[in-house]
Design a binder for this molecule. Structure first.
Ligand code: HEC
Length: 141
């Protein structure tokens, strides 16, 4: 993780979501692939129960929800072909979204994951969210 260590050393972590969104526009690379694998595992642990192992929205928990979990392989298509990085970030973090998307069917992870990492919590949280986002970006159709 060459890029991440640079951010840590230079204290640029606060800008990570912004910088990562720029990195996205240059397309996938080997580092992205590594991160996507970690993100896939996290996705299976935290998200697949509702969104399905294939991310298309048919997880085992889906029938119990008021709203259908979004097909996460179609995020780019639904946004004029561009992966909506910042929206997805905010949706997963959730802390900046008042009312938690109206229904509260989509859990928010910002508070929960931050509690799991006592030291450098905000940094670790950004890493977790970014890993999943990079995975989701890699499975867009
Ligand atoms: C308890 C079930 C549940 C879990 C677990 C869950 N989601 Fe969701 N998610 C939903 C539902 C339901 C929606 C649709 C919400 C709506 O339409 O208001 C949604 C919507 C979303 C969206 C919004 C897509 C859009 O339309 O902009 C994203 C992104 C997303 N989820 C990502 C994730 C990720 C990543 C995880 C794991 C960290 C996760 N979700 C875990 C139920 C869940």
């Amino acid at each position: 993780m060459f890029k991440a260590s640079i951010f840590r050393r230079t204290g640029l972590l606060g800008a990570l979501p912004f910088v990562a969104s720029i990195a996205f526009s240059s397309g996938a690379n080997a580092a992205d692939d590594d991160v996507a694998k970690v993100g896939e595992q996290r996705f299976m642990d935290f998200c697949a129960v509702c969104h399905g192992a294939d991310a298309k929205g048919g997880g085992p928990f889906a029938p119990m929800l008021n709203k259908t979990p979004t097909d996460l392989t179609m995020l780019a298509k639904a946004n004029d072909g561009e992966f909506p990085f910042n929206q997805v970030y905010d949706m997963i973090d959730g802390r900046s979204m008042p009312g938690a998307h109206g229904t509260k069917d989509m859990p928010i992870w910002g508070g929960e994951w931050k509690r799991m990492d006592a030291i450098g919590a905000e940094t670790a949280l950004r890493g977790r969210i970014l890993e999943i986002i990079i995975y989701l970006r890699s499975i867009q159709q």
